[in-house]
Design a protein. Structure first.
Length: 98
């Protein structure tokens, strides 16, 4: 019916749009129940993707977190390059003294 492709955290299914049209109700259940995604192809190229609302929410939260953390990450990299950091042993010692 469709091709399975494994990505980092989910399984992706490739499916021609014409086949998806026939199986839409099953596909909706599949993405909802299995936390998976279905990439719909037209002429061999991915044109759309079906995902569950939970999966989409998770992606949007990750994007939001990264977007709002980027400034802090860049600052931390700069401080690290300047040697402004402590190693794990020093960190543990500081925790014990508090």
């Amino acid at each position: 019916m469709y091709t399975k492709v494994y990505s980092i955290n989910t399984m992706t299914h490739l499916l021609p749009v014409t086949q998806a049209r026939k199986d839409l109700l099953k596909l909706v259940d599949k993405v909802s129940e299995e936390y998976t995604r279905v990439d719909l192809t037209k002429n061999g190229k991915i044109k759309a993707t079906l995902v569950s609302p939970e999966y989409l929410d998770s992606l949007e939260e990750t994007i939001y977190s990264l977007k709002h953390s980027l400034k802090d990450i860049q600052e931390a990299r700069k401080e690290f390059a300047q040697g402004k950091f402590i190693d794990f042993d020093d960190f543990k010692k500081r925790l014990r003294t508090k």
